[in-house]
Design a protein around this ligand. Structure first.
Ligand code: NAP
Length: 284
């Protein structure tokens, strides 16, 4: 049995679906009891609980050999994931596949990268096997700009003019499901990127072409972006991470392209053009 945490999230839900498609038994760990009610599959079990409630984690890991660990960025996430790791280790889980992030280091100026690195270190020091999936920035983050693009044809972001090999969430979920199903990949770190690195200006150009109307990228200085987020009520830790995220990637690695998706899935990673075409309705 494989336990998928964060199963209502954008990655976790797809990991569950990919595992079911491969005829693998899955238990989905969810906070909301209603989750998956509309989704019938004889191989799917649902366990209700939270990362804060260790009793609920104990129940969820019964008979589980492999666990997919994913949550939401939060100042409490190291503690939340420590709860999962401690219970899993005590209750005989053999292998944790952790969704981490490209750029995760203990020295990062970005909080979420240090939090990921801390949990990775904890797993390395556990008795369990581990695999880390470290995706680069998600293509799906661009969907946050959908309404602005539809309304005004302009989107603003603090991404400067650097190139990033954004990666498709669907590929991340497929890789994660494969790693879980295979049951090996022990002590491997997979850095997942798209097949091409693009600037946000190039993304705007591609969107213009696909939508048949001009789209412009407005490169906002991080400090300005940070202050705008604070004004909208975003917590300061989150505003800082979002505004200064490019600092997480050293200059010589920002536009890094890896072959890990190709190697694991035996096909090329989805590219940004395909993503924008697939999701064009979100920008109209
Ligand atoms: N965005 C990027 O560009 C990017 C790039 C690389 C790595 N990442 C990493 O990707 C991860 C986020 O993945 P995602 O996009 O799939 O997240 P998501 O859609 O926000 O989903 C988060 C999941 O975690 C669950 N969760 C949150 N707090 C919980 C708690 N206290 N107890 C139990 N479950 C809890 C949520 O449940 P509810 O539905 O009940 O809220 C949800 O199922 C983060 O670790 C982030 O650092 C992101």
């Amino acid at each position: 049995m494989i336990l998928v945490t964060g199963a209502t999230g954008q990655i976790g839900r797809l990991v569950v679906k990919n595992l079911l498609k491969m005829d693998v038994s899955v238990r989905a760990f969810v906070r909301n009891e209603e989750a998956f009610h509309d989704f019938e599959d004889s191989l799917l079990e649902v366990a209700v609980g939270t990362f804060e409630d260790t009793k609920s984690i104990e129940k969820a890991v019964e008979g589980v050999e492999q666990l997919f660990l994913v949550g939401r960025d939060h100042p409490d996430q190291v503690m939340q994931h420590e709860n999962v790791i401690e219970v899993a280790e005590r209750c005989g889980v053999k292998h944790i596949v952790k969704l981490s992030a490209f750029g995760a280091t203990q020295e990062s100026s970005i909080d979420l990268m240090r939090w990921h690195a801390e949990t990775e270190e904890r797993l390395k020091n556990s008795k369990m096997n581990w695999t880390f999936i470290r995706p680069h920035l998600y293509m799906h983050n661009l969907l946050r700009f959908g309404d602005r693009v539809a309304e005004s044809g302009i989107f603003s972001a603090p991404m400067g003019s650097d190139k990033f090999a954004l990666v498709d969430v669907r590929d991340i979920a497929e890789v994660s499901a494969k790693v879980l199903k295979d049951g090996d990949h022990v002590s491997n770190i997979y850095t997942l990127t798209g097949p091409t690195a693009v600037t946000y200006e190039e993304i705007a150009e591609q969107l213009s072409e696909i939508l048949g109307q001009p789209v412009k990228y407005n490169a906002v200085p991080p400090k300005e972006f940070y202050e705008e987020l604070l004004e909208k009520g975003t917590p300061s830790w989150r505003a800082k991470d979002l505004a200064y995220i490019t600092e997480a990637y050293p200059d010589d690695r920002k536009s890094l392209i890896t072959n890990d998706i190709n190697t694991l899935l035996n096909r090329p990673a989805r590219n940004i053009t395909a993503f924008l075409r697939d999701y064009q309705a979100d920008f109209r």
